[in-house]
Design a protein around this ligand. Structure first.
Ligand code: HEM
Ligand code: MTE
Length: 467
């Protein structure tokens, strides 16, 4: 028997487009799957996410591949093995504050490596109602702390005459366990569309800075009550501090009004589980705040301290960022003290299928996407247009039924519609309506702001129709 041909990881990586051919690996085996891409039952675009690299991280998300007939299909395309001396161990510099960051899923579209900021690609974002942990979008401002669950302590400052708490994980487990499905969205989601209109300062997020998980933990109101806090302090704020910090020792921080924190119906959590697992490191291991219906920035990860204060958090991220402004405000005139911090987010929706620039078949088109609103407001309708907004059709809403005033999670939606005869291209548009009848603005211009936050204009996708 001939010995197999050997390839380096670098060679495999250079085969990731139709021009070079498409290679993937499984274990130490190398496959040329160029011919299979268009035959893939899950669609070519999903397979292409693994082009030039290992299949394992993707197949771990889709258990359908755990079958012998899938392995047999793949075996037909084997061309050799990875060279054994190609360990490709990455060289870690100890001086690098990010050297200890966790390993991430290769499907994530990285907007910044240090600190790590990444979103799932649109093909995967709405594949599941619950976003799998490895592809949940990640927004870090600082290196990820590496915390020991045994020595972890959460400090809860009590009121004058009350009792400060120093809680271990086991102490937190003693509070009633509360589990809810919550969609988390960054204020910068869809910022790249604002940038296209006019330059803004911030990371270039597409429509994927949003994800949904089942979160479980102690209710913040129960923990605050045990420390002796009461709702009587009406104007107060609950300030959170993360255990991630910059080289000067300044930690990430944010705050929410005490009234929301103390309201059992608001379901604010000190979460220690995400989709039935301990929180992944990128998402705040071992404990993070989850504030349903509120902007991502207040969901403080790696939570170290909770205190009730007369004023909002003095953190940069509470006072000098995550605020909205008029389109007329620029970096010379901006006055951060003049605007309220973003808390509840406005109604939002986006198209995840088809993708912008894609060529679709004539006949019928399936349009898919997500819709969500802040403050527990339910999505009551999603309208879709195939002609840039001249005529509309109502999409079908999937996903879990929503509770009145507690609609914390998104609805996925889809529309199947005939492609109008003779059309060479379609301008697909979506817009959602929430149960306060809030709607999305039709264009970016009137909501443009220098920081590129709250980008929720009608989402538009331009596609070509195959002749
Ligand atoms: C389905 C093979 C890569 C996502 C399938 C099925 C096969 C297959 C045979 C049908 C299984 C069944 O229903 O019994 C392969 C091979 C791959 C590959 C040989 C690599 C060369 C990927 C990747 C992804 C993916 C990288 C995700 C990023 C899916 C999904 C389905 C599927 C979502 C289910 C489709 C549906 O049921 O509608 N694949 N796959 N596949 N694959 Fe893959
Ligand atoms: N908490 C800490 N400690 N440090 C951070 O950088 N980023 C915030 C918030 N909590 C952040 C944090 C922002 S801006 C967002 S949008 C969410 O975490 C993102 O949460 P995720 O990474 O789990 O998606």
């Amino acid at each position: 028997e001939e010995s197999p041909r050997l390839y380096t990881r670098e060679e495999v990586r250079s085969h990731s487009s139709p021009e070079t051919g498409i290679w993937v690996t499984l274990g130490s085996e190398v496959f040329d799957v160029t011919e299979f891409v268009d035959l893939h039952p899950g669609g070519p675009s999903k397979l292409m996410l693994a082009a030039g690299g290992p299949l394992e991280p993707f197949w771990a998300l889709y258990a359908v591949h755990n079958q012998s007939h899938v392995r047999e299909i793949l075996a037909q395309y084997k061309i050799g093995e990875l060279s054994p001396d190609d360990k490709a161990a990455s060289i870690l510099k100890t001086s690098d504050p990010y050297a200890d960051d966790p390993i991430r899923h290769p499907a994530l579209k990285v907007n910044s490596q240090r600190p790590f900021n990444a979103e799932p690609p649109p093909e995967l974002l709405t594949e599941n109602y619950i976003t799998p942990n490895p592809i949940f979008f990640t927004r870090n401002h600082l290196p990820v702390p590496n915390l020991d669950p045994d020595t972890y302590r959460l400090h809860v400052v009590g009121p004058p005459g009350g009792q400060s708490l120093c809680l271990s994980l086991d102490d937190l487990y003693q509070f009633p366990k509360h589990e809810i499905t919550v969609t988390l969205q960054c204020a910068g989601n869809r910022r790249s569309e604002m940038t296209r209109f006019k330059e803004v300062r911030g990371l270039e997020w597409s429509a994927g800075a949003i994800s949904t998980a089942r979160w479980a933990g102690a209710r913040l109101c129960d923990v605050l009550a045990q420390a002796g806090h009461q709702l009587s302090e009406t104007e107060a704020h609950v300030c959170f501090e993360g255990l991630d910090s910059d080289p000067t020792g300044t930690a990430y921080g944010a705050s929410i009004p005490l009234a929301r924190a103390m309201d059992p119906e608001a379901e604010v959590l000190l979460a220690y589980e995400m989709n039935g697992q301990p929180l992944p490191r990128d998402h705040g291991f071992p404990v993070r705040v989850v504030v349903p219906g509120v902007v991502g920035a207040r969901h403080v990860k790696w939570l170290g301290k909770v205190s009730v204060e007369p004023e909002e958090s003095y953190s940069h991220w509470q006072r000098r960022d995550y605020k909205g402004f008029s389109p007329c405000v620029d970096w010379d005139t901006v006055d951060f003290d003049s605007a309220p911090s973003i808390q509840e987010l406005p109604v939002q929706s986006a198209i995840t299928q088809p993708k912008d620039g894609e060529t679709i078949e004539s006949g019928e088109v399936t349009v898919k996407g997500y819709a969500w609103s802040g403050g527990g407001r339910a999505v009551v309708r999603v309208d879709v247009s195939l002609d840039g907004g001249l005529t509309w059709q109502v999409a079908e809403l999937d996903g879990e039924e929503q509770r009145a005033r507690k609609a914390w999670a998104w609805r996925l939606w889809q529309l199947q519609a005939p492609v109008p005869a003779g059309k060479k291209e379609l301008n697909i548009v979506c817009k959602a309506v929430d149960d306060s009848y809030n709607v999305q603005p039709d264009t970016v211009a009137p909501i443009w702001n220098l920081r590129g936050v709250l980008s929720n204009a009608w989402h538009r996708v331009h596609v070509h129709v195959a002749p």
